[in-house]
Structures are given as structure tokens and as C-alpha cells.
Design a protein around this ligand. Structure first.
Ligand SMILES: C[S@@+](CC[C@H](N)C(=O)[O-])C[C@H]1O[C@@H](n2cnc3c(N)ncnc32)[C@H](O)[C@@H]1O
Length: 284
């Protein structure tokens, strides 16, 4: 599994920004939503943050720009290489490491107040055992009571629909025109699927097409909640995009030992947030 995921993101690293209509726009929007979540949920006023699947830097670049102390790690050396370049180009000072989040403790050798893994990184783990291992290791690099934030696709809905493709996204004009879309092939187990990501770029009168292939396991929210509980996390809460401002469902949880929520956290839930089917708390 690791090799194929690593190849996918190594090959994609130079093109990755093309999956966004505007990468910089997404960087800024995601950082604003994450900053709100961190401010509202973290016990530490100036937290040290690790993004353990940072890719080319979509979340860390924006958070660093907002003044947060961030570090990035990722399985893909090419993605990390590009994240370093993007960080230098923006005048940001962000330490980066190549690291598998299933063995994070051996690479990091230190703890953080917040650990993030955003945009559907955990579903690259194709077995429950791998997911448990990753969450347990993420726990070891979190301070006791530290905050974990993850976002994944809305698999509760997608497992009902089982779509076989995504809507093509067309950006740019003339020679800059790019079309990005995905074809999904569901495996017989009903839970895993192959993704064929196509990036088409206009080159004068013709199109250049690059294809990238990887695999995901559709993880339902209750499954991730149970895995978090098994792996030493508590006070687990899911937030819908409407509630968090982030584009995917987000889960926030705390490394167990500190079950007391900070005042700011309680205020966050009293504040003008309407209940929704996505927002529920696991009880302890
Ligand atoms: C969809 S990308 C998201 C990247 C980044 N968070 C973003 O939003 O641009 C998923 C990321 O998860 C990383 N990843 C997948 N499996 C991993 C693992 N076992 N350890 C660390 N990173 C992993 C990939 O290399 C990839 O960069």
C-alpha cells in the first residue's frame, strides 16, 4: 500500500495545485477555518502544530501565514520537496520531514499541542489495523490532552451513492486551460475503490493527459470515531462543513488523560451553531 500511495503523490507533486480551482484561495480559506477550530478547541494559546499529511502544504502554508508555529510531514518525499519550495517562495519558515504517520513517533521524537491530517489522508489506510496504528502513533506525538483534527470525505453519503466519477473541473483559459476529474472503480468488497485522477492540459491545438492511480477505503464517521476511541482519544466531535467552515466533515478529538474541555470549547458549541445530523458527541 505505502509504495503505491507514495508513487501517486510523488508523481502528482508538480501538478497537485491543479486539483484546486485556485490553490492559493483554498490555502487561505482552509487556514481561516482551521484557525477558528484551533482557537475554539485548543487549550494552549500559542500551540505548536504538526500537519502529519501536509502534502505540498495546503494547510501548513496558510496557518504559518496566519502566524501559527507549524511543522509539516508527509509520506511523499516529492510532496515535501515542493512544500519546502512553496514555503520559501512565501517567505515562511516551516520545518518539514518525510514521515509515515504509522511510525510518526520514531521520526518526530517530540510532541505537539495540535496534530492535523486533512483532506482525506487517513482513508489511504486500507485496513483497520493500519488505521489503528496511525492513530495510536499520532497520539504519541500529541501532548496529553492535545488536540487532533482530521477531515475526510463524506463517506456516509458516498457509500450510499457509490459514484463512479467526479464532475470535471475546468480552470484557466486558452493555453492555460486545465480539466481535472476522477474516475472511481469500486472493489467487490464494497468499501475500497480505485481512483483514476486525470489532469488534462491544453497544449496549443492538442491536450496533454496525465493519469494518476491510487486506492482509498471509504471510512464511515462512526468507524473513525471507534478507531479514535480504541487508539486513546476522547471527547470526539464531528462537525459538518456548515459548522466548521471547512470543505469536508471534520473530526476533533483530544488525546486521552485530559477529559476536561477548555471554556472556549464550550463557548464554541453554544455559539449560533445549529444542531445537525453530522454534529454529535461520543460519550465518555
Ligand atoms: C489528498 S492528499 C492531502 C494533502 C494535504 N493535506 C492537502 O490538503 O493538500 C493526502 C496526503 O496524505 C499523505 N499520506 C497518505 N498516506 C500517508 C501515510 N501513511 N503517512 C503520511 N502521509 C500519508 C499523502 O502523501 C498525501 O500528501
Amino acid at each position: 500500500m505505502t509504495d503505491s500511495v507514495q508513487h501517486f503523490y510523488n508523481d502528482l507533486a508538480d501538478h497537485y495545485h491543479r486539483v484546486y480551482e485556485s490553490w492559493q484561495g483554498s490555502i487561505d480559506r482552509q487556514a481561516a477555518a482551521l484557525a477558528d477550530l484551533i482557537q475554539s478547541n485548543c487549550r494552549v494559546s500559542s500551540p505548536e502544530i504538526l500537519d502529519c499529511s501536509c502534502g505540498i502544504g495546503t494547510q501548513v502554508l496558510g496557518l504559518a501565514k496566519l502566524g501559527y508555529r507549524v511543522q509539516g510531514s508527509d509520506l511523499s518525499p516529492k510532496a515535501i520537496q515542493r512544500a519546502k519550495v512553496e514555503s520559501v517562495n512565501r517567505g515562511l519558515d516551516i520545518p518539514f520531514e518525510v514521515a509515515d504517520f504509522r511510525t510518526l513517533d520514531s521520526t518526530m521524537g517530540r510532541t505537539f499541542d495540535v496534530v492535523l491530517t486533512c483532506d482525506n489522508s487517513l482513508p489511504h489506510l486500507l485496513t483497520e489495523a493500519d488505521l489503528d496504528q496511525a492513530l495510536a502513533r499520532i497520539g504519541t506525538v500529541l501532548e496529553s490532552g492535545g488536540l487532533f483534527i482530521a477531515s475526510i470525505r463524506d463517506y456516509d453519503a458516498l457509500l450510499v451513492e457509490k459514484p463512479d466519477s467526479t464532475t470535471p473541473q475546468v480552470t484557466g483559459r486558452d493555453d492555460d486551460e486545465t480539466i481535472v476529474f476522477q474516475v472511481w472503480e469500486w472493489v467487490d468488497d464494497g468499501r475500497t475503490y480505485w481512483v483514476r485522477l486525470f489532469v488534462m492540459q491544453r497544449e496549443s491545438d492538442s491536450w496533454r493527459t496525465d493519469e494518476f492511480v491510487t486506492q482509498y477505503r471509504a471510512i464511515r464517521r462512526d468507524e473513525l470515531t471507534l478507531a479514535l476511541e480504541r487508539s486513546g482519544f476522547a471527547d470526539i466531535t464531528w462537525l459538518s462543513p456548515e459548522q466548521s467552515g471547512f470543505f469536508q466533515p471534520v473530526v476533533v478529538a483530544y488525546r486521552r488523560k485530559c477529559l476536561q474541555k477548555p471554556q472556549a470549547y464550550r463557548r464554541f458549541y453554544r455559539r449560533d451553531r445549529r444542531p445537525s445530523s453530522l454534529c454529535y458527541r461520543a460519550n465518555y
